[in-house]
Every structure is written in structure tokens, then in C-alpha cells.
Unconditional design. Structure first.
Length: 235
């Protein structure tokens, strides 16, 4: 690749880190996943749900939630480049300095402390998960539904055809009748925050050099098998 193109691609990827879920959106998603896990276990023990116990796998999952609390920096950095690692570290530092983050983190750790001896009942865990899901849902609903690109991603905001010759994402996934691929002319100024089906994503709009505007959903590391499903339900 040409150095200019390579530099532009690295800059775009680095900026997309700011499209990741916030710590409370990430935690809310994981809590919903944990609740689904509990419901599955409750169904397995449906003849006597009140006596069902928390499985070791569930207990480990809760312990990971308490330890990370929406910020899994080490896991996110495993396969990231230097610039991306630095950006992730800045995001984690900013979240850790949020007074609301510290207060909720302490409450969360106390609420999900299962270290005391005695039976660990499944229905107790379900009640706690549902309570915290409501807390975080109220927080996410009270926040802005969009943001300006220039406030967080100056490189993308200033990007143009003169910056580099970069083709639109996904251009090579479709067969072209003509030997021409649309290139990025600019990134549109406003990014939407989409909340549907226990998932929060960012909708980014990119204008091509053909004048058309293309919407893209930016998801937080979805599994490859879930990409098409996420695209369908979140449009």
C-alpha cells in the first residue's frame, strides 16, 4: 500500500474506537446476556426454580462483570495496534474518572458479592440482574441520541478525497458490473446512537464520490456469525 493510503486507513481505524459502547452500554449488554443465561438455567430447573442454584459458570461470569465493570481494556487490546491501544487506554481513564462510574462500581461490587458461605440461589441473582438492568436502561435513555463527529473524531471530520483515495467499506463484497468502486468523499457530521433489542450501536453516514450517502452500523466486536442478524434488526 502507498504510505499515504496506509496512514489514512490507520487513522480511520483508530478513530472508530470512539464509536465503541460506553462503559454503561457495554455493562448493560453483558447484564442482559447474563440474565438470558439465568433464564435458560431457570427453565432447566422449572419444576423447582426457587431451589435452583447459581452454576459455577454463572458465578465466574458475574465475577468478570464485577472486575471489568464495562471496561475490559486488556481484552480489547489483545490484537490492537499501538494507536488503538492508546485510544482505548484514554477511554478507560476517562470512564474511571467519572464520579458516577466509581459510585456505581462500588454499589455493583457490593450487590454481587457472593463470597459469603451458604446457598447461592438463582432467583436472587435474577432479581439483582433485573434491578441493575433497569438502572442502566434509565441512564442510557436519558443520554443524547446523536453526537457531532468533530467533537470526538477530528480526523474523520476533516477527511476528504484530497486526504487519500480510500474506497467505501464493503465495496468489494458485491459484484460490480462496471470496473469502478465508490470512494469516500467525506464523513457526514452527525453520528446517531441506535438502541434496539438490548444492543447499542452507532450509525455513521459516509458520502461517496458519486454524491450518494451510505449508512453504516458500527458494532462493538460482534461475532462473525451475528453480523447479518445485527444488521437486520438494527436498521
Amino acid at each position: 500500500l502507498h504510505p499515504t493510503l496506509l496512514s489514512a486507513l490507520e487513522g480511520i481505524v483508530d478513530q472508530l474506537i470512539w464509536f465503541r459502547e460506553s462503559w454503561y452500554e457495554d455493562l448493560l449488554r453483558q447484564l442482559n446476556e447474563g440474565l438470558a443465561m439465568c433464564y435458560s438455567e431457570a427453565y432447566t430447573n422449572r419444576t423447582d426454580v426457587t431451589s435452583a442454584r447459581i452454576t459455577p459458570e454463572m458465578l465466574q461470569y458475574v465475577q468478570r462483570l464485577v472486575g471489568a465493570f464495562g471496561i475490559n481494556v486488556e481484552g480489547n487490546m489483545t490484537s490492537s495496534g499501538a494507536l488503538t491501544q492508546e485510544t482505548l487506554a484514554k477511554r478507560a481513564q476517562a470512564a474511571a474518572q467519572d464520579p458516577a462510574f466509581q459510585r456505581l462500581k462500588n454499589q455493583f461490587a457490593n450487590d454481587f458479592d457472593f463470597s459469603s458461605p451458604g446457598p447461592k440461589r438463582l432467583n436472587v441473582l435474577i432479581t439483582k440482574l433485573k434491578r441493575w438492568i433497569k438502572i442502566l436502561e434509565l441512564k442510557t435513555k436519558s443520554l443524547q441520541k446523536s453526537f457531532l463527529l468533530e467533537d470526538r473524531c477530528r480526523f474523520l471530520s476533516n477527511f476528504s478525497l484530497s486526504t487519500a483515495d480510500v474506497e467505501m467499506p464493503g465495496e468489494h463484497l458485491e459484484l460490480q458490473t462496471m470496473p469502478y468502486y465508490v470512494r469516500i468523499a467525506r464523513f457526514m457530521p452527525r453520528v446517531e446512537i441506535v438502541q434496539k433489542h438490548n444492543t447499542t450501536v452507532r450509525r455513521l453516514y459516509i458520502q461517496g464520490d458519486n454524491g450518494k450517502i451510505y449508512p453504516y452500523l458500527v458494532l462493538n466486536d460482534p461475532q462473525a456469525t451475528e453480523c447479518r442478524r445485527e444488521e437486520r434488526v438494527l436498521q
